[in-house]
Design a binder for this molecule. Sequence first.
Ligand SMILES: Cc1cc2nc3c(=O)[nH]c(=O)nc-3n(C[C@H](O)[C@H](O)[C@H](O)COP(=O)(O)OP(=O)(O)OC[C@H]3O[C@@H](n4cnc5c(N)ncnc54)[C@H](O)[C@@H]3O)c2cc1C
Length: 322
Amino acid sequence: MATVRPDALIIGAGVSGLTTAVRLAERGLTVHIVSKELTACTTSANAGAIWDPIYATHEAVPRWSAETYEVLSELAGAPGTGVRMVSGVEASRTVIPAPAWARQLPGFRECRADELREPFVSGWRYTAPIVDMPVYLDHLLRRLTSMGVTLAEGAVSSLDEVTGLADVVVNCTGIGARELLGDQSVTPVRGQLVAMTNPGITEFFAEHTAELTEEPDITYILPQGPDVVLLGGSAEDRVDSLILDKTVADGIVERCVAVEPALAGAEVLGHRIGLRPHREPVRVEREERDGATVVHNYGHGGAGVSLSWGCASDVARLVAAP
Ligand SMILES: Cc1cc2nc3c(=O)[nH]c(=O)nc-3n(C[C@H](O)[C@H](O)[C@H](O)COP(=O)(O)OP(=O)(O)OC[C@H]3O[C@@H](n4cnc5c(N)ncnc54)[C@H](O)[C@@H]3O)c2cc1C
């Protein structure tokens, strides 16, 4: 625990907790973060991660994702942030029109038939932020240190245990909210990625599905600079194992090679596995508990990176509300 009582205690050091800490510290609050896993071991560190406003449910998703797109675009210009603006193709296995949000993005255009490979039959191009999560989370941690935010490892077993330790507690526990609050509406959607040497891919490929779990073999290729490309993916509903599934990894590589044959000669560098915290809707909400204030920020499903800045700004407003 911090030596001086902080204004805000944040539980969780994933992208939601760190981004929220930035927004609160910007408003002049003293902030301490406590987390069961340190940042490098969180779901957030294992994300792809491409900005994509689809895989979360809440009426504010368009506003949250728009703010996050703007902030990430600004960070993309600065070295060491892990954020880059990348052009590429989003494609569907069925014939569907491009969604309204995609039409508003820079570089949007419908794909020609000769730009798509089977089984993809419709698609569109745009430019979006792609985030190298370990680098980006380190950037956020450095920024927090420079703002005086402190962080300690530790598991919280109940909110009542910590509500007396700060004026406000912010709950950014992701899938951990299921146990911490007994909120059974947060469920895991297991995801697996394969990191490979980059054979020269500069554009992303992302499969479009209406729901994250609509296509368990969701396929995507996210270049993380000249050396590494991340191949996805999987979306296994209510599966909570963090053990590598070799069959899933082999299937990912096979599907991605079919879309991008240059990957056939690439080497596997490693695997990433995480539990997306699915909840309908995402919970960004203030709660008064026996005279203590708790603000919740969890349940972002497959879009926690894409919504992070918008949600953190709303948390800051909820904390400041009379
Ligand atoms: C394979 C994969 C690919 C993904 N791709 C994308 C993508 O392309 N774009 C995108 O936007 N999103 C993507 N996501 C989703 C994204 O990773 C999540 O939505 C996001 O990471 C959730 O962040 P979080 O900070 O809320 O939770 P987490 O990162 O899980 O962090 C929760 C934190 O709370 C701590 N905690 C939990 N319980 C307790 C407790 N009781 N006491 C103390 N600490 C506790 C944990 O230790 C952890 O530090 C992907 C996810 C996966 C798995």
